[in-house]
Design a protein around this ligand. Sequence first.
Ligand code: IPM
Ligand code: MG
Length: 360
Amino acid sequence: MSNYKIALIRGDGIGPEIVGEAVKVMDKVGQVYGHQFSYVDVLMGGCATDAVGKSYPDGTAELCKSCDAVLLGAVGGPRWGSDKPAQQRPETALLAIRKDLGLFTNLRPAAMRKGMEDASPLKRETAQQGFDIMMVRELTGGIYFGKRERYQTEDRGQEATDLMAYSEMEIERIGRKAFELARLRRHKVTSVDKANVLATSRLWREVMHRLAAEYPDVTYEDMLVDNCAMQIVRNPGQFDVVVTENMFGDILSDEASQVTGSIGLLPSASLGASDPGLYEPIHGSAPDIAGQNKANPMATILSVAMMFRYSFGLAAEAQAVEDAVDSVLQSGWHTADIAGDGDKLVGTVEMGRLICDAIR
Ligand code: IPM
Ligand code: MG
Protein backbone atom coordinates (compact mmCIF):
# COMPACT_ATOMS: atom_id res chain seq x y z
CA MET A 1 0.00 0.00 0.00
CA SER A 2 1.44 3.34 -1.03
CA ASN A 3 0.42 6.87 -0.20
CA TYR A 4 0.51 9.70 -2.68
CA LYS A 5 -0.28 13.35 -2.07
CA ILE A 6 -1.61 15.25 -5.07
CA ALA A 7 -1.99 19.01 -5.45
CA LEU A 8 -5.21 19.89 -7.29
CA ILE A 9 -5.32 23.13 -9.24
CA ARG A 10 -8.96 23.02 -10.29
CA GLY A 11 -8.74 26.45 -11.93
CA ASP A 12 -11.31 28.18 -14.11
CA GLY A 13 -14.15 27.38 -16.52
CA ILE A 14 -14.63 23.63 -16.86
CA GLY A 15 -11.51 22.99 -14.71
CA PRO A 16 -13.34 22.13 -11.45
CA GLU A 17 -15.76 19.74 -13.22
CA ILE A 18 -13.10 17.74 -15.06
CA VAL A 19 -10.77 17.58 -12.05
CA GLY A 20 -13.72 16.33 -9.99
CA GLU A 21 -14.12 13.33 -12.32
CA ALA A 22 -10.35 12.69 -12.37
CA VAL A 23 -10.38 12.52 -8.56
CA LYS A 24 -13.11 9.87 -8.69
CA VAL A 25 -10.98 7.86 -11.11
CA MET A 26 -7.92 8.13 -8.83
CA ASP A 27 -10.01 6.99 -5.87
CA LYS A 28 -11.27 4.01 -7.87
CA VAL A 29 -7.72 3.05 -8.87
CA GLY A 30 -6.76 3.41 -5.20
CA GLN A 31 -9.49 0.93 -4.18
CA VAL A 32 -8.65 -1.59 -6.87
CA TYR A 33 -4.85 -1.48 -6.55
CA GLY A 34 -4.55 -0.67 -2.85
CA HIS A 35 -3.14 2.86 -2.93
CA GLN A 36 -4.11 5.86 -0.86
CA PHE A 37 -4.41 9.15 -2.72
CA SER A 38 -4.83 12.35 -0.71
CA TYR A 39 -5.48 15.79 -2.15
CA VAL A 40 -4.44 19.37 -1.42
CA ASP A 41 -6.40 22.17 -3.10
CA VAL A 42 -4.22 24.90 -4.59
CA LEU A 43 -5.73 28.20 -5.72
CA MET A 44 -4.31 29.45 -9.03
CA GLY A 45 -5.58 31.18 -12.17
CA GLY A 46 -8.45 33.58 -12.73
CA CYS A 47 -10.24 32.21 -9.67
CA ALA A 48 -7.21 33.25 -7.58
CA THR A 49 -7.30 36.74 -9.10
CA ASP A 50 -10.95 36.99 -8.07
CA ALA A 51 -10.25 35.69 -4.56
CA VAL A 52 -6.95 37.35 -3.63
CA GLY A 53 -6.13 39.79 -6.45
CA LYS A 54 -3.43 37.76 -8.18
CA SER A 55 -3.41 34.66 -10.37
CA TYR A 56 -0.35 33.16 -8.66
CA PRO A 57 -0.81 33.66 -4.92
CA ASP A 58 2.25 33.69 -2.64
CA GLY A 59 3.21 30.19 -1.57
CA THR A 60 1.68 28.43 -4.60
CA ALA A 61 4.97 26.79 -5.62
CA GLU A 62 5.81 25.76 -2.02
CA LEU A 63 2.39 24.16 -1.58
CA CYS A 64 2.85 22.21 -4.83
CA LYS A 65 6.37 21.18 -3.81
CA SER A 66 4.97 19.63 -0.63
CA CYS A 67 3.05 17.17 -2.84
CA ASP A 68 4.13 14.21 -4.99
CA ALA A 69 2.46 15.51 -8.16
CA VAL A 70 0.23 18.33 -9.39
CA LEU A 71 -3.00 17.90 -11.39
CA LEU A 72 -4.25 21.02 -13.15
CA GLY A 73 -7.69 21.35 -14.77
CA ALA A 74 -7.49 24.54 -16.80
CA VAL A 75 -6.89 28.22 -16.13
CA GLY A 76 -7.94 31.31 -18.07
CA GLY A 77 -10.99 33.02 -19.49
CA PRO A 78 -12.14 36.24 -21.10
CA ARG A 79 -12.65 37.97 -17.76
CA TRP A 80 -8.87 38.01 -17.16
CA GLY A 81 -7.73 39.07 -20.67
CA SER A 82 -4.53 40.60 -22.04
CA ASP A 83 -5.76 44.10 -21.11
CA LYS A 84 -5.35 43.21 -17.40
CA PRO A 85 -2.12 43.72 -15.42
CA ALA A 86 0.29 40.76 -15.67
CA GLN A 87 -0.21 39.58 -12.10
CA GLN A 88 -3.96 39.17 -12.66
CA ARG A 89 -3.61 37.10 -15.84
CA PRO A 90 -3.81 33.29 -15.59
CA GLU A 91 -1.07 32.85 -18.27
CA THR A 92 1.38 34.58 -15.93
CA ALA A 93 0.66 31.94 -13.31
CA LEU A 94 1.21 29.11 -15.80
CA LEU A 95 4.62 30.38 -16.86
CA ALA A 96 5.58 31.07 -13.23
CA ILE A 97 4.68 27.62 -11.94
CA ARG A 98 6.63 25.96 -14.78
CA LYS A 99 9.68 28.03 -13.88
CA ASP A 100 9.34 27.65 -10.10
CA LEU A 101 8.91 23.88 -10.26
CA GLY A 102 11.71 23.58 -12.85
CA LEU A 103 9.40 21.83 -15.35
CA PHE A 104 11.65 21.96 -18.41
CA THR A 105 10.19 18.90 -20.16
CA ASN A 106 6.69 19.05 -21.62
CA LEU A 107 5.32 15.80 -23.02
CA ARG A 108 2.37 16.13 -25.37
CA PRO A 109 1.43 12.81 -26.91
CA ALA A 110 -0.76 13.04 -30.00
CA ALA A 111 -2.00 9.74 -31.33
CA MET A 112 -4.81 8.69 -33.64
CA ARG A 113 -7.23 6.74 -31.46
CA LYS A 114 -9.16 3.88 -32.98
CA GLY A 115 -12.64 5.04 -33.93
CA MET A 116 -11.67 8.74 -34.13
CA GLU A 117 -10.50 8.67 -37.77
CA ASP A 118 -13.62 10.38 -39.11
CA ALA A 119 -13.21 13.31 -36.70
CA SER A 120 -9.67 13.98 -37.95
CA PRO A 121 -9.20 16.78 -40.52
CA LEU A 122 -6.56 14.59 -42.21
CA LYS A 123 -7.19 12.86 -45.52
CA ARG A 124 -9.12 9.68 -44.85
CA GLU A 125 -6.33 7.30 -45.88
CA THR A 126 -3.75 9.24 -43.85
CA ALA A 127 -5.97 9.09 -40.76
CA GLN A 128 -6.57 5.40 -41.25
CA GLN A 129 -2.84 4.68 -41.43
CA GLY A 130 -2.70 6.11 -37.91
CA PHE A 131 0.10 7.84 -36.03
CA ASP A 132 1.54 8.08 -32.54
CA ILE A 133 3.70 11.15 -31.88
CA MET A 134 5.34 12.03 -28.57
CA MET A 135 5.94 15.76 -28.77
CA VAL A 136 8.69 16.83 -26.35
CA ARG A 137 8.61 20.59 -25.87
CA GLU A 138 11.30 22.51 -23.95
CA LEU A 139 9.22 24.46 -21.43
CA THR A 140 11.33 26.87 -19.35
CA GLY A 141 13.68 28.52 -21.84
CA GLY A 142 13.74 30.35 -25.16
CA ILE A 143 11.71 33.34 -26.22
CA TYR A 144 8.88 32.87 -23.68
CA PHE A 145 11.33 33.53 -20.87
CA GLY A 146 13.78 35.92 -22.60
CA LYS A 147 14.14 39.62 -21.92
CA ARG A 148 11.31 41.74 -23.36
CA GLU A 149 11.66 45.40 -24.22
CA ARG A 150 9.59 48.13 -25.77
CA TYR A 151 10.99 51.55 -26.56
CA GLN A 152 10.59 54.61 -28.78
CA THR A 153 12.76 54.94 -31.89
CA GLU A 154 13.60 58.21 -33.62
CA ASP A 155 12.00 57.52 -36.97
CA ARG A 156 10.14 54.19 -36.85
CA GLY A 157 7.68 54.71 -34.01
CA GLN A 158 7.74 52.22 -31.16
CA GLU A 159 9.78 49.06 -31.33
CA ALA A 160 9.61 45.87 -29.26
CA THR A 161 12.02 42.96 -28.85
CA ASP A 162 11.83 39.48 -27.31
CA LEU A 163 15.10 37.67 -26.71
CA MET A 164 15.43 33.99 -27.60
CA ALA A 165 18.30 32.40 -25.68
CA TYR A 166 19.32 28.78 -25.12
CA SER A 167 22.30 27.35 -23.27
CA GLU A 168 23.99 24.01 -23.99
CA MET A 169 22.86 22.85 -20.55
CA GLU A 170 19.19 23.56 -21.36
CA ILE A 171 19.41 21.86 -24.75
CA GLU A 172 21.24 18.82 -23.49
CA ARG A 173 18.84 18.03 -20.65
CA ILE A 174 15.74 18.17 -22.88
CA GLY A 175 17.55 16.26 -25.62
CA ARG A 176 18.45 13.48 -23.21
CA LYS A 177 14.79 13.16 -22.17
CA ALA A 178 13.82 12.76 -25.83
CA PHE A 179 16.38 10.01 -26.48
CA GLU A 180 15.48 8.17 -23.28
CA LEU A 181 11.79 8.29 -24.24
CA ALA A 182 12.54 7.04 -27.75
CA ARG A 183 14.18 3.98 -26.19
CA LEU A 184 10.87 3.14 -24.54
CA ARG A 185 8.99 3.60 -27.83
CA ARG A 186 9.96 3.12 -31.48
CA HIS A 187 13.57 4.31 -31.22
CA LYS A 188 13.33 7.41 -33.38
CA VAL A 189 13.97 11.09 -32.56
CA THR A 190 13.18 14.00 -34.86
CA SER A 191 14.74 17.25 -33.64
CA VAL A 192 12.96 20.33 -34.97
CA ASP A 193 14.76 23.65 -35.37
CA LYS A 194 15.34 26.56 -37.72
CA ALA A 195 19.09 26.10 -38.09
CA ASN A 196 19.11 27.71 -41.54
CA VAL A 197 18.33 31.04 -39.81
CA LEU A 198 18.68 31.06 -36.01
CA ALA A 199 21.85 30.91 -33.88
CA THR A 200 19.92 29.21 -31.05
CA SER A 201 18.90 26.51 -33.53
CA ARG A 202 22.47 25.93 -34.71
CA LEU A 203 23.58 25.40 -31.12
CA TRP A 204 20.52 23.19 -30.58
CA ARG A 205 21.47 21.04 -33.57
CA GLU A 206 25.12 20.71 -32.48
CA VAL A 207 24.12 19.49 -29.02
CA MET A 208 21.53 17.09 -30.46
CA HIS A 209 24.12 15.57 -32.79
CA ARG A 210 26.46 15.02 -29.85
CA LEU A 211 23.66 13.22 -28.00
CA ALA A 212 22.69 11.18 -31.06
CA ALA A 213 26.19 9.67 -31.03
CA GLU A 214 25.56 8.52 -27.45
CA TYR A 215 22.34 6.75 -28.47
CA PRO A 216 23.34 4.72 -31.55
CA ASP A 217 20.28 2.48 -31.10
CA VAL A 218 18.00 5.48 -31.74
CA THR A 219 17.45 6.71 -35.31
CA TYR A 220 17.97 10.46 -35.40
CA GLU A 221 16.99 13.17 -37.88
CA ASP A 222 16.94 16.97 -38.02
CA MET A 223 13.91 18.73 -39.46
CA LEU A 224 13.27 22.41 -40.09
CA VAL A 225 10.20 23.70 -38.27
CA ASP A 226 8.34 24.90 -41.37
CA ASN A 227 8.81 21.52 -43.02
CA CYS A 228 7.70 19.78 -39.82
CA ALA A 229 4.45 21.77 -39.83
CA MET A 230 3.79 20.39 -43.32
CA GLN A 231 4.84 16.83 -42.52
CA ILE A 232 2.42 16.64 -39.57
CA VAL A 233 -0.52 16.98 -41.96
CA ARG A 234 1.08 15.15 -44.90
CA ASN A 235 2.46 12.04 -43.19
CA PRO A 236 2.27 12.09 -39.38
CA GLY A 237 2.98 8.35 -39.28
CA GLN A 238 6.68 9.05 -39.90
CA PHE A 239 7.16 10.53 -36.41
CA ASP A 240 7.94 8.86 -33.09
CA VAL A 241 9.53 11.34 -30.63
CA VAL A 242 9.67 14.97 -31.80
CA VAL A 243 11.84 17.28 -29.68
CA THR A 244 11.86 21.03 -30.05
CA GLU A 245 12.29 24.38 -28.29
CA ASN A 246 9.56 26.20 -26.40
CA MET A 247 7.81 28.33 -29.04
CA PHE A 248 8.06 25.81 -31.89
CA GLY A 249 6.70 23.20 -29.49
CA ASP A 250 3.80 25.42 -28.47
CA ILE A 251 2.74 25.79 -32.10
CA LEU A 252 3.47 22.28 -33.38
CA SER A 253 1.80 20.61 -30.41
CA ASP A 254 -1.45 22.46 -31.14
CA GLU A 255 -1.22 21.35 -34.75
CA ALA A 256 -0.48 17.73 -33.81
CA SER A 257 -3.34 17.66 -31.31
CA GLN A 258 -5.84 18.98 -33.83
CA VAL A 259 -5.06 16.33 -36.44
CA THR A 260 -5.97 13.60 -33.94
CA GLY A 261 -9.56 14.86 -34.24
CA SER A 262 -9.91 14.55 -30.50
CA ILE A 263 -8.34 17.48 -28.68
CA GLY A 264 -10.69 16.76 -25.76
CA LEU A 265 -8.84 13.48 -25.22
CA LEU A 266 -5.24 14.68 -25.05
CA PRO A 267 -3.24 14.76 -21.81
CA SER A 268 0.13 16.30 -21.06
CA ALA A 269 2.92 16.04 -18.52
CA SER A 270 5.42 18.70 -17.48
CA LEU A 271 8.45 17.26 -15.73
CA GLY A 272 11.62 18.55 -14.11
CA ALA A 273 14.69 16.96 -12.59
CA SER A 274 12.71 16.06 -9.46
CA ASP A 275 9.12 15.85 -8.18
CA PRO A 276 6.50 17.12 -8.40
CA GLY A 277 5.56 16.85 -12.06
CA LEU A 278 2.52 18.73 -13.33
CA TYR A 279 -0.21 17.02 -15.35
CA GLU A 280 -2.96 18.73 -17.31
CA PRO A 281 -5.25 18.29 -20.31
CA ILE A 282 -3.98 20.21 -23.31
CA HIS A 283 -7.35 21.85 -23.96
CA GLY A 284 -8.34 25.11 -22.27
CA SER A 285 -10.96 26.22 -19.76
CA ALA A 286 -13.88 26.37 -22.27
CA PRO A 287 -15.84 29.06 -20.38
CA ASP A 288 -18.73 28.78 -22.86
CA ILE A 289 -19.69 25.32 -21.55
CA ALA A 290 -18.54 25.70 -17.92
CA GLY A 291 -20.91 24.49 -15.23
CA GLN A 292 -23.20 22.71 -17.71
CA ASN A 293 -22.02 19.11 -17.25
CA LYS A 294 -20.94 19.06 -20.91
CA ALA A 295 -17.13 19.01 -20.73
CA ASN A 296 -15.17 15.90 -21.67
CA PRO A 297 -13.17 14.76 -18.62
CA MET A 298 -11.13 12.22 -20.62
CA ALA A 299 -8.05 14.40 -21.25
CA THR A 300 -7.76 15.09 -17.51
CA ILE A 301 -8.31 11.43 -16.68
CA LEU A 302 -5.63 10.45 -19.21
CA SER A 303 -3.36 13.04 -17.56
CA VAL A 304 -3.82 11.05 -14.35
CA ALA A 305 -2.60 7.99 -16.27
CA MET A 306 0.52 9.94 -17.24
CA MET A 307 0.98 10.91 -13.58
CA PHE A 308 0.81 7.25 -12.55
CA ARG A 309 3.38 6.33 -15.20
CA TYR A 310 5.88 9.18 -14.99
CA SER A 311 5.70 10.38 -11.38
CA PHE A 312 4.72 7.24 -9.48
CA GLY A 313 6.07 4.44 -11.70
CA LEU A 314 2.63 2.77 -11.62
CA ALA A 315 2.60 1.33 -15.15
CA ALA A 316 -0.22 -1.19 -14.64
CA GLU A 317 -2.45 1.44 -13.05
CA ALA A 318 -1.72 3.85 -15.93
CA GLN A 319 -2.59 1.16 -18.44
CA ALA A 320 -5.82 0.33 -16.58
CA VAL A 321 -6.97 3.96 -16.85
CA GLU A 322 -6.06 4.16 -20.54
CA ASP A 323 -7.80 0.87 -21.26
CA ALA A 324 -10.90 2.06 -19.40
CA VAL A 325 -11.05 5.22 -21.53
CA ASP A 326 -10.61 3.17 -24.71
CA SER A 327 -13.32 0.70 -23.79
CA VAL A 328 -15.83 3.46 -22.97
CA LEU A 329 -15.05 5.21 -26.26
CA GLN A 330 -15.38 2.01 -28.22
CA SER A 331 -18.73 1.24 -26.60
CA GLY A 332 -19.95 4.45 -28.25
CA TRP A 333 -20.33 6.62 -25.14
CA HIS A 334 -19.25 10.11 -26.15
CA THR A 335 -19.46 13.62 -24.71
CA ALA A 336 -20.76 16.36 -27.01
CA ASP A 337 -17.29 17.39 -28.31
CA ILE A 338 -16.74 14.03 -30.02
CA ALA A 339 -20.29 12.73 -30.44
CA GLY A 340 -21.38 11.77 -33.94
CA ASP A 341 -24.53 10.22 -35.38
CA GLY A 342 -25.52 7.07 -33.53
CA ASP A 343 -23.30 7.76 -30.50
CA LYS A 344 -24.67 7.64 -26.99
CA LEU A 345 -24.36 11.20 -25.68
CA VAL A 346 -23.32 11.61 -22.03
CA GLY A 347 -22.33 14.48 -19.75
CA THR A 348 -19.19 15.04 -17.67
CA VAL A 349 -20.36 13.19 -14.55
CA GLU A 350 -21.82 10.21 -16.44
CA MET A 351 -18.58 9.90 -18.42
CA GLY A 352 -16.56 9.91 -15.19
CA ARG A 353 -18.78 7.15 -13.78
CA LEU A 354 -18.49 5.01 -16.94
CA ILE A 355 -14.69 5.21 -16.78
CA CYS A 356 -14.65 4.38 -13.05
CA ASP A 357 -16.89 1.37 -13.70
CA ALA A 358 -14.52 0.17 -16.44
CA ILE A 359 -11.56 0.04 -14.03
CA ARG A 360 -11.39 -3.36 -12.38
C1 IPM B 1 0.25 26.14 -23.70
C2 IPM B 1 -0.33 27.51 -23.70
C3 IPM B 1 0.61 28.41 -22.90
C4 IPM B 1 1.96 28.34 -23.57
C5 IPM B 1 0.14 29.87 -22.75
C6 IPM B 1 -1.25 29.95 -22.17
C7 IPM B 1 1.13 30.68 -21.94
O1 IPM B 1 -0.49 27.97 -25.00
O2 IPM B 1 0.39 25.55 -22.60
O3 IPM B 1 0.58 25.64 -24.77
O4 IPM B 1 2.17 28.99 -24.59
O5 IPM B 1 2.81 27.61 -23.10
MG1 MG C 1 -0.15 26.50 -26.48
